[in-house]
Design a protein. Structure first.
Length: 287
């Protein structure tokens, strides 16, 4: 969800610039900075940003640099200030009070300082609006370029998980045979081969193997990975959806690891976990 867009242009002896920056966020957090003259346009800007940006901690800044000589700001009514000041001096003299800060006091009196009401013409707003759209277009292009890189990386991570998964599938038949051999050898060493009840041994072995069976986990993991790639290829904003799918992928990987009971298989499970963590990190930057 990171992004950056900048657009500038000149109009009527002034330079206008619009800058849009975004960081990761679960929701849209929009912060606008603009000259007071454009206050009535805030709702329009917010609505467009909400529609086009969707998510992210977004900062939108509008800056207008007037040409030298064009000064704007507060205006002091010098005649009225002088009138107030003379009255304060006269009263101060009559009362014999402290005479400091009389000018500062006079400046606080009504209508001494006035502020020019800023406004923009329709032409000026149309010009700025186009600059804003250009900045938004640049911002979205930045996101699209970054998104293409993220997409390629996420596809690679899922393919890596599926590669580890293939090794797990190849080890699965060997694992059962190894467990049977290990248990049989343990019983022979403990009670002797002639004292083993083969029927009871087979029953217990079947019960144990059923407990560590990962057939369902393998099926669901493969399904989740395929669904993740399908969602990734969609044109819609599916960052949250892929986040949920990655949680399901993690659940199946963790269960496989808990049931593995095989050192080599555990190594492949760890590899899948590493790839999944990289996926989760990248998903923080996906809409």
């Amino acid at each position: 969800m990171t992004g950056y867009g900048l657009a500038t242009a000149d109009y009527a002896n002034a330079k206008y610039s619009v800058e849009i920056k975004s960081l990761n966020s679960k929701f849209l957090e929009l912060n606008l900075k603009y000259p007071k003259a454009f206050s009535d346009k805030e709702l329009t800007l917010r609505n467009i940003c909400s529609k086009d940006i969707e998510r992210g901690k977004v900062s939108l800044s509008i800056n207008v640099e007037k040409a030298s000589g064009e000064l704007t700001g507060a205006t002091i009514n010098t005649a009225l200030l002088s009138h107030y000041y003379k009255q304060l001096v006269e009263v101060n003299s009559q009362l014999g009070a402290e005479s400091s800060n009389l000018l500062q006091t006079a400046l606080t009196f009504p209508e001494v300082i006035s502020y020019k009401e800023e406004s923009v013409s329709e032409d000026e707003w149309n010009h700025l609006y186009q600059i804003f759209l250009d900045a938004l277009s640049n911002f979205n292009k930045f996101r699209e370029d970054e998104g293409a890189v993220l997409k390629a990386d996420l596809e690679l991570r899922i393919k890596n998980i599926l590669s580890y998964f293939k090794f797990v599938e190849e080890l699965e038949p060997k694992r059962i045979a190894h467990i049977r051999e290990k248990f049989s050898q343990f019983l022979e060493d403990a009670v002797g081969k002639v004292n083993i009840d083969q029927n009871r041994f087979e029953q217990e072995l079947i019960y144990y193997i059923d407990k560590i069976d990962i057939t369902e986990e393998k099926t669901r993991l493969k399904s989740h990975c395929d669904y993740f790639l399908q969602t990734l290829a969609s044109k819609e904003a599916n960052g949250k959806k892929m986040g949920f799918i990655s949680q399901e992928i993690g659940r199946e990987i963790n269960t496989m690891g808990a049931k593995a009971n095989d050192a080599q298989m555990q190594q492949f499970v760890v590899g899948m976990k590493e790839e999944l963590e990289k996926i989760k990190e990248q998903l923080l930057n996906v809409l």
